[in-house]
Design a protein around this ligand. Structure first.
Ligand code: TRP
Length: 326
């Protein structure tokens, strides 16, 4: 039996280059080795976006386009939407009953978001329970491994603690304790050098048009000490050079020399990178456009995915009810 994986993304915006190199490429490779469940976490999205809830289903489709265009294969993996499988909400209720409040209020990601995301009004019962729902997502499929970035490790630790408490309280071992499959993320900073993120508006979306990509790359920071065209550059501190390292490994040595030797200016260098990236994204964007025309197909992917996910979820939830005795 192949080991099982579950992971998810919150449909709160367009997917960007950071998602592609940080998660999607990795998910695509994992499909061959594991039985994979990949979930559009729309309930999780709602927890922070409930004031603009209509956008969530738009982004669910939009993100699914990128998933498929990047190579996730619905015949190989189970691609589904969280809200289509009702057991997520049901198991969330049960786990929330047994999870002590202190575990949640002490969670570092919770403290950080409460301090930073002032405009969202996330001081709610639901948002405090974010990791509980995430635990339900994972254990409903008895996932062995969860591919995530480092920022999600506290949630995975909480998930394991909740599992132990469930087993202790109801005297039945149902769930494997899942391990993180830490993605080796090539550090891809945003256009301004901070972490690439929707909230900083410093990303290049996988669906950006060539003109938008040119504009965005033009605005990128390079070496702040390189003022005149004739100044030698320092690729080691240049954000554009980091992009070359991640996306154009074959070009990077030449670029390094040309920058150091002031053979090429930053403007010209950025123009060259923009054209390279536009070409690189072309096949992905073409696949996106082809898929976009066929909304029925997308709906069918999610319908079939939900059907398969539901089978597993129903089994697990029956075991849960039996263990509790309800
Ligand atoms: N919290 C995850 C994130 O923000 C998304 C997510 C929801 C998830 N449920 C999950 C990830 C279950 C892994 C497993 O990235």
């Amino acid at each position: 039996m192949r080991k099982r994986i579950l992971s998810g993304m919150r449909p709160t915006g367009s997917l960007h280059l950071g998602h592609l190199v940080g998660a999607l490429k990795n998910w695509v490779d994992l499909q061959h080795e594991y039985q994979c469940f990949f979930m559009i976490a729309d309930w999780h999205a709602l927890m922070s976006e409930y004031k603009d809830s209509k956008k969530i289903s738009e982004y669910s489709f939009d993100n699914l386009l990128d998933w498929l265009a990047a190579g996730l294969n619905p015949d190989q993996s189970i691609l589904f939407k969280q809200s289509d499988v009702v057991e997520h909400a049901e198991l969330n209720l049960i786990l929330s009953i047994i999870t002590p409040l202190g575990w949640l209020s002490r969670c570092p990601t919770y403290k950080e978001q409460i301090n930073e995301l002032h405009e969202k009004e996330i001081s709610t019962h639901g948002f405090l329970g974010y990791p509980v729902l995430q635990a339900a997502d994972i254990i409903l499929y008895k996932a062995d491994c969860v591919p995530v970035g480092e920022d999600q490790l506290p949630h995975l630790e909480l998930c394991r603690e909740i599992i132990r408490r469930f087993h202790y309280l109801f005297k039945k071992e149902i769930f494997p304790e899942p391990e993180a499959l830490l993605t080796i993320i090539p550090k891809l900073a945003g256009l301004d050098g901070r972490k690439m993120s929707k909230s900083y508006d410093n990303f290049i979306a996988l669906s950006d048009t060539p003109d938008v990509i040119r504009e965005k790359i033009k605005s990128m920071f390079t070496d702040p000490q390189r003022i005149k065209r004739t100044d030698p550059g320092r690729p080691e501190v240049c954000n554009v050079y980091k992009y070359y390292q991640v996306f154009a490994p074959k070009m990077k040595d030449d670029v390094y020399k040309e920058c150091k030797g002031a053979d090429i200016g930053c403007v010209q260098d950025k123009e060259r990178f923009a054209e390279f990236l536009i070409e690189l994204l072309k096949p992905h964007q073409q696949r996106r456009r082809d898929l976009e025309k066929n909304k029925d197909y997308l709906e069918e992917v999610l319908r079939k995915g939900a059907e398969k996910a539901r089978e597993v979820a129903f089994e697990t939830f029956s075991e849960v009810k039996k263990a509790i005795g309800i």
